[in-house]
Design a protein around this ligand. Sequence first.
Ligand code: ING
Length: 315
Amino acid sequence: MARRITLGAAQLGPIAKDESKAQVVERMITLLRIAAHNAVDLLVFPELALTTFFPRWYIEDLSESDHYYHSKMPDADTQPLFDEAKSLGVGFALGYAELAVDDAGTVHRYNTYLLVDREGKQVGKFHKVHIPGHAENEPWRVFQHLERHYFEPGPEGFGVWEAFDSRIGMALCNDRRWSETYRVMGLQGAEVILIGYNTPLHYSPDPTQNALAGFHNHLVMQSGAYQNGSFVVGVAKGGIEEGVDSLAQSVIIAPSGQIIAQAITTGDEVISANVDLDFCATYKGLLFDFNRYRMPEHYGSLTVKPGAKTPPPES
Ligand code: ING
C-alpha cells in the first residue's frame, strides 16, 4: 500500500510592523481552510510567520523586543490557529521567535520551527543553526539583517521526527544554503524536509547576487532534495514588507530534484502536492544508497579550516 501524503506550503505575503499577531493568525487560518479544502495533511508556514521580519530593525535592549517572541506555544495569540488545525485535521509547521529559559535560568532566543501532527500533538521543535546577517547596527546597509543580534544558534542541530507515516526534518532559511543541513537529515532517513524562509531580493554585501536570488533559492533546495532522496517544502514570507522586497517562489520539490508545485504570487497562497513517500526509495535505495556508495572514510577531515592548503601530493 503506497504511503501517500498531501504536502502543502502556506506562503505568506508581507506582514506590516503594526499588524497584530491576531490579524496574522486570521490570515493563517484562512490558508489552513484552503489547505483543508485541498486535502492537505501537512501545511508548512514560513520562518518567523507571526510577525513582520523584525530583525530588520535594531532595538539595542533585547528586552524591548520580547513582544516579538513566544515563551510558550500555543499561547493566547496562537491558540486559535492550533484549534482550527486540529478541528480540520491538518498538521502544520510553524515558524516563530522563541524565548526559552534553561534550567540555570539563562534566557535563550531561538529562531524556531514547531511541527504539529493532524491530531494537534506537538511532534518536534527545531532551532535554526545557521544564523546569517550581523549583530550590530550597520547603517551602511540599505536595510538591516540583525538575526545575529536577536537569535543564537540552536544547540541540538538538525533532527528528524517520526510523523505523518514518514520521517520529517526541519530547517530554517539560511540553513538551506549549507549542504550539511540536508545530509545530516538525509543520514537520519528524512523523507520530507520542511524549510521556511525570509529572503530579501537585495543582498547589501554583494548586490550582484540580487539577480540570482531566485536561482540560488531553488538551486540549494533542489540539490538537497536530490542528493538525499527527500521531498523538500520551501515556504516564503514574500513581497514588499515595510519597503523591503522579499523573494516568494515557494516550492514543493520531489526526491528527483524536480519542482512539482510553485507559488505564482508574492502574497498569501497555498500550493500543494499529493505524493507517494515510497518514491524516496527510488533515490535512497539506488543512486544514493549511503551504506553502499557513500565513502566517509575517504573524505578526509570535515573540520578542515577555511583556506587550509591541501598538502601537495607526495613528490
Ligand atoms: N535570510 C537569508 C537567507 O539565507 C540572506 C539571509 C539574505 C542571505 C539575503 C542571502 C541574501 O535566505 C534568512 N532569514 O536566513
